[in-house]
Ligand binder design. Structure first.
Ligand code: UDP
Length: 235
């Protein structure tokens, strides 16, 4: 597989074309951003960890019937994935109140929710990723009813699988954000990443934060926290 010209550079990853028009290479960076890019830094080793954690989880989810964009890990930081059109939605699941949910509803962080919640944000940095509902998504032709139903059912299934998986490794999955893409034949697949950048992970016994909140909130120890997640995921 030949790595060709860079197609895109995001906050945490670069994407390269390959000699196969249906495949691209993602290359994970150590750059970290928060608050819609206002806070910038680097977490040494993050690219490698997020690449390996994402790939491990995507392959595990595939065994549970979730289609993903994953094709092959190429190196410590690079992975071959299916080329998809990203559906511009951040799909967020919450099991426990934290972050913007706690702020918005005045609920203390750490309150276990009676049922998992699902929310969508429009992926648009210039607009600050505003929350968007099903009606808006349909009215703006961002997805069809069928696509939205499929995304929602995959998402709750992903939540069940990931929650169990992390529970067995001494981690509470507080919340997470995922993204979906559409292949040329219209198949919806899980895309982007699942990592400490995009999930809140709390140690089940100490409740220590093992995710990007260490960077967002200047708690320190972000390298060690990311390393710990890799260790528990890969075993
Ligand atoms: N999240 C993300 N990217 C975003 C916004 C949120 O990966 O642009 C993740 C975040 O890491 C957390 C979950 O989605 O696991 C819920 O985030 P929240 O809405 O509480 O926003 P935050 O407090 O991170 O601003």
């Amino acid at each position: 597989m030949k790595k060709m010209q860079q197609m895109y550079e995001g906050k945490a990853k670069k994407v390269y074309a390959t000699d196969d028009p249906n495949l691209v290479i993602v290359d994970y960076k150590d750059d970290a951003t928060a608050f819609n890019g206002e806070k910038k830094g680097t977490i040494s080793g993050k690219g490698l960890i997020n690449n390996r954690v994402t790939n491990h989880l995507m392959q595990m989810l595939e065994t549970h019937g979730i289609p993903t964009h994953f094709v092959e890990e190429l190196s410590e930081r690079e992975t071959l994935v299916k080329r998809v059109a990203i559906i511009p939605l951040e799909v967020i699941v919450r099991n426990t109140a934290a972050g913007s949910f706690s702020k918005r509803f005045g609920v203390e962080e750490g309150r276990k929710l009676s049922s998992p919640t699902l929310e969508f944000c429009l992926k648009d940095d210039a607009l600050g990723d505003p929350m968007i509902n099903d009606y808006h998504i349909l009215a703006l032709d961002i997805a069809t009813r069928e696509e939205l139903d499929r995304i929602s059912s995959y998402t709750f299934q992903i939540n069940r699988v990931l929650t169990d998986y992390f529970k067995q490794r001494g981690i509470d999955l507080i919340d997470f954000k995922i993204e979906f893409g559409k292949t040329p034949d219209g198949t919806i697949v899980l895309a982007d990443e699942i990592s400490p950048d995009t999930c809140r992970f709390w140690d089940s016994t100490t409740h220590e934060k093992l995710d990007k909140d260490r960077f967002r909130r200047d708690l320190g120890g972000e390298q060690e926290a990311y390393q710990e997640i890799l260790r528990r995921v890969i075993g």
